[in-house]
Design a binder for this molecule. Structure first.
Ligand code: SAM
Length: 176
């Protein structure tokens, strides 16, 4: 199981980025994201996407990130904190791939010092500042070796049949 927690989101400014963090989590095989209820429309957006494109990806609103991280640790999840200061992903990926349950922590602005200590792995996708969206996508891809793109999303109303030219979308008949 892979889950994601978004910490330290800035009001309004980070709305679109947080939506994309949620979309990447869903599209790249995570099962759930924890985030503060700062932008309630994200739940709506993801709900509509699940309805059309399938799967059971969940958004769970939280007040504070710390109790979630602590609870997940108690449940046996390993905590992977994405930070440009962390261990190079090229060295960490092998170890992380062998873990069964992961909670991936992504920041927004400056993250609290404590998360570095709570994390089992502090991982840098390179040592240059870039984006939580790209860092998350690359980590999810590295730990699943691309397998996430073969995953079926159950109960989809629409399913894309990959084609070299144009668009091929299978539309499932519904009775409602
Ligand atoms: N300046 C902030 C700090 O020092 O904590 C980081 C801001 S960055 C825009 C927001 C988030 O993107 C970070 O918390 C981290 O999760 C992720 N991120 C950015 N660059 C990264 C990198 N090279 N490797 C891993 N994560 C990265």
């Amino acid at each position: 199981v892979i889950e994601v927690v978004r910490i330290g989101q800035r009001l309004v400014r980070d709305d679109r980025v947080t939506t994309h963090v949620a979309l990447v989590s869903r599209g790249f095989g995570a099962e759930r994201i924890y985030m503060t209820e700062i932008n309630p429309e994200i739940k709506d957006t993801i709900g509509k996407i699940n309805n059309t494109w399938g799967g059971n990806f969940e958004i769970e609103y939280i007040e504070k990130w710390k109790p979630v991280v602590k609870k997940k640790k108690e449940e046996g999840f390993k905590i992977v904190h994405l930070s440009m200061y962390g261990e190079n992903i090229n060295n960490a990926q092998e170890k992380i791939r062998n873990e069964e349950n992961l909670l991936i922590v992504v920041g927004a602005e400056k993250v609290p010092r404590e998360i570095y200590e709570l994390a089992d792995y502090n991982v840098g996708v390179g040592s240059q500042p870039h984006s939580e969206i790209s860092a998350l996508a690359i980590l999810l891809d590295r730990i699943q070796n691309g397998k996430q793109f073969e995953k079926e999303f159950p109960n989809a109303k629409r399913k894309i049949i990959p084609t070299k030219n144009g668009k091929n979308v299978q539309v499932k008949e519904t009775r409602d």
